[in-house]
Structures are given as structure tokens and as C-alpha cells.
Write a protein of this length. Structure first.
Length: 442
């Protein structure tokens, strides 16, 4: 074989050469890779397909309690007469008045009012209290949604200037009856002309998941009955709005919260069941047609003519909500470094403070325990003998001789007198005895 190596008696070497030839001249099948040096063909591991991340909703919002502990400011100088919806983000409260779009800083009472956009007109803006994002509802022509129009798109807005931040399309277009919209926890709920409730997962691009959750079952008290016993009053421009809740303690059950004018109440309505609960009552909620909540400050907001003795009142009231904080907002622009302020004059001393009240008498202390009896002490040492008693004093009061003789004479006279008296008595007795004898003899 011209010096070539004979492989006929070495079948394993022949097999290796065949494998090398096949790997060089024939493409490797898909899913198999070759290793000519090892002389084997091995299966290639298939690449794992990347799973699409399932979209998750933001934290759920649920209102535990709403109170009538409220404070208010008058918006009249900015808003003029009342007009449309009220909504809020995590930093500001907005209201659509006749003069334009009004903005206040979130607090109680609201502060820093301004006319943000004069002559803004009619819009359909809602704010999500959890995410702080802004959304505007649009019809099939991408114009502001109104009653009895087809709801087809949602436009996201930048809070700084309300510019366009993206447009998303609903998975199912919805023919509206009355404009009723409720936002919260990354979802929007609306009711169509046939009283069916829909849930839309909010977003700024693509098609949004849209679910028909059924027809409202409370036929006796429809929510669209403006100025009804359980209904939601319509704003002057036709819209109405409130909060969408998701109760995670009850299987994620949805409900809507809204003002009930002229009954001056705040109602919760489960959807689609239609069960109604009164959350609180507030005086003078005239023309209240929407409300919003502020999780960070535990407040809820509404507009009412004449509330708290204000003309066009923006009212903030205490509340408690069950929801963790949402994501932080984008950082603001860097502020201007303030100049150094000149030292002011020292202030005059304040008036003296009031005298404090006398404190209460403390409680009587516990009686102490009886101490242990002491051990008797040992006998003391015998003292020295006492001094002898003093000698009796001599009698110094001696009776004089004259005095003694005088006293002796007086004593003798006294004895003589006694003797004379006794003798007289004895003579009298003797005489009487003699007389008696003489009488007897006669």
C-alpha cells in the first residue's frame, strides 16, 4: 500500500477515520455537535426560550375608614365657577374649573393654589393614588371621552406639563352610557351603556387587557342615577369619577367609592354585585361629582359648593387606607442656592408663661414590713458605790424660858377648869339621888 499504514486489523482506527471524514464533508444535523478528536457525535442542548414576564399590578388600594374631620380652602379666585372632575397624584390635587385647570399642593388644608392652565377646557383626566400616574380617557377618534361615546384609548400624561407620555389601545372598545370612571391600584373601571362593568389594566403602550366582569346586579339603585338615593351626581360637564378598590383580604374583590349628592354621603359599591355601604357623611357636598384619596397623607379630597363656609371649596378630610407606599417619583430639578440672609433684629421677649397646675397627690405607699426583734444586750458593768447621805441638820428653833412658863400656866388653868366642871356635875347627881330616897320614905 505504498508505505501506507494497514488498518484492516484495527477496526477502531478505521471507525475514527470515517467519523473525521463525515464531520468534514457532511453538515452536522441540527441539535447535534461533533467532536472529531474524541470520535463521537453528541446531542446539542436546546436553547431555553425566554419566558415573557407576566404583567403584575401595582399594590392594591382599599379604604379602611373615611371621616368628616375636614379642612378646606376657597378655589374661587383660580377656578371661577365649578366645572369638571377632581383628581390627584401623590404630590398635587387638580380641579377643572370654569377658568381652567387649578393645582394645589397635597396637604390639609390644601396649600399653594394656582391657575395652572387658563382656559383649559373639558378633559377626562384621572390620577392613580397608588402609582401617582396620570391618564386621560379618549374616544375612538382619540379625542376627550364624553358620555355616550365609544371608549377606545388611554393617553398617559407627564405631570410636569401634561404632555403626551404614550397612548395605549383598549383590548375591547366600550360603548359608554353615562361617563362613570374609577381609578386605583393600576386599574380603571367603567360602566357601559348596558350597565356592564369593565376592568382595564392601565398602561401607556400596546393593547391593554380589558375584562367584562358582568352586569351591575343592583337594579333598584343604579349608580348612574344622578341625584338618586345611591347614585353618583354628574359634573356640569357630564363626567363623574371616584376611586377603584381591590380588597385583597376578600379575594381581590373590586368596589368603587364615590360621593352621593344631595344625600351628603360617601358610598362604597361592590362591582358587579352592587352591595352598598355608607363610609361617612359630610355636610354641604353641593355638586360633588368626584373624589380622590391621598395614601401618603391619609387624606381624601372632594369639591363642594358652600362646604366649610367656602364658595368653591376644595376639601381635605382624614382617612385611613390599606396600601403600601408606591414607587418614588422622579427627582425634581435642582433648586437655586439661596443667598445668605442678613441677621435680623432680636425679637422682643415673650410674655411670661402661665403658672403650672399643682400636681395630684400621689397614692399612699404600702405599709412597711415589721422588723426582726433585736437580741437582748449583755448586763452592764456595776457602777461605783454612791456617796453617804448628808448628816441631819441640828434643830435651831429653841423655845425660850418665858414662853415655856406661860404655856405651862395656861395648861394648868385649863386642867383646873375641867376639874371644876366635873365636880359640879358629880354634886348635882348626888343631890338628885338623895331627893329620890326621901320621896320613897314618905
Amino acid at each position: 500500500m505504498n508505505g501506507a499504514e494497514d488498518t484492516s486489523d484495527r477496526p477502531e482506527l478505521l471507525s475514527l477515520m470515517m467519523v473525521r471524514f463525515m464531520s468534514c464533508c457532511k453538515p452536522t444535523p441540527p441539535g447535534i455537535y461533533s467532536n472529531p478528536a474524541a470520535g463521537v457525535l453528541r446531542h446539542r442542548r436546546p436553547k431555553k426560550k425566554k419566558k415573557k414576564k407576566k404583567k403584575t399590578l401595582p399594590d392594591a388600594l382599599f379604604i379602611d375608614a373615611m371621616t368628616d374631620n375636614c379642612r378646606a380652602v376657597d378655589m374661587t379666585e383660580y377656578s371661577g365657577d365649578d366645572g369638571g372632575l377632581l383628581w390627584s397624584t401623590r404630590r398635587h390635587i387638580y380641579y377643572e374649573g370654569d377658568r381652567g385647570q387649578v393645582r394645589y399642593d397635597s396637604s390639609s388644608p390644601p396649600t399653594g393654589g394656582e391657575l395652572m392652565r387658563k382656559g383649559w377646557g373639558t378633559h377626562a383626566v384621572h390620577g392613580d393614588p397608588i402609582t401617582g400616574k396620570l391618564y386621560e380617557l379618549l374616544d375612538k377618534d382619540k379625542k376627550v371621552l364624553k358620555s355616550k361615546k365609544q371608549f377606545a384609548y388611554i393617553r398617559c400624561l407627564h405631570e410636569a406639563n401634561y404632555s403626551d407620555a404614550g397612548v395605549a389601545e383598549l383590548g375591547t372598545k366600550i360603548m359608554m352610557g353615562r361617563y362613570l370612571a374609577f381609578v386605583g391600584g393600576g386599574e380603571l373601571s367603567v360602566q357601559n351603556k348596558y350597565k356592564k362593568w369593565f376592568l382595564i389594566e392601565l398602561g401607556c403602550k400596546g393593547k391593554l387587557q380589558t375584562r367584562d366582569i358582568g352586569k351591575d346586579q343592583n337594579k333598584k339603585h343604579p349608580i348612574g342615577e344622578s341625584k338618586g338615593k345611591q347614585g353618583l351626581h354628574a359634573c356640569e360637564r357630564g363626567q363623574s369619577g371616584g376611586i377603584l378598590e381591590r380588597d385583597m383580604k376578600n379575594g381581590g374583590r373590586h368596589s368603587v367609592v364615590y360621593p352621593n349628592y344631595p344625600n351628603n354621603r360617601i358610598l362604597r359599591r361592590t362591582i358587579p354585585a352592587g352591595n352598598i355601604t355608607v363610609l361617612t357623611t359630610v355636610d354641604k357636598m353641593t355638586d360633588a361629582c368626584s373624589l380622590s384619596v391621598d395614601y401618603d397623607r391619609s387624606l381624601w379630597y372632594f369639591h363642594g359648593e358652600g362646604a366649610k363656609d367656602k364658595n368653591e371649596a376644595l376639601v381635605s378630610c382624614l382617612a385611613s387606607m390599606r396600601a403600601p407606599p408606591g414607587p418614588p417619583g422622579a427627582p425634581g430639578m435642582a433648586g437655586v442656592q439661596p443667598g445668605q440672609a442678613a441677621a435680623g433684629r432680636p425679637g422682643s421677649p415673650g410674655p411670661p408663661g402661665h403658672i403650672g397646675h399643682r400636681g395630684h397627690t400621689g397614692p399612699v405607699g404600702d405599709m412597711g414590713k415589721q422588723g426582726l426583734q433585736g437580741i437582748p444586750g449583755s448586763d452592764g458593768e456595776k457602777g461605783p458605790p454612791g456617796a453617804p447621805p448628808p448628816a441631819p441638820k441640828p434643830i435651831t428653833n429653841k423655845v425660850s424660858k418665858v414662853t415655856f412658863i406661860g404655856l405651862l400656866g395656861l395648861h394648868s388653868a385649863f386642867l383646873g377648869t375641867v376639874y371644876f366642871v366635873l365636880k359640879l356635875r358629880a354634886s348635882a347627881v348626888q343631890k338628885a339621888t338623895i331627893d329620890d330616897h326621901e320621896d320613897e320614905s314618905h
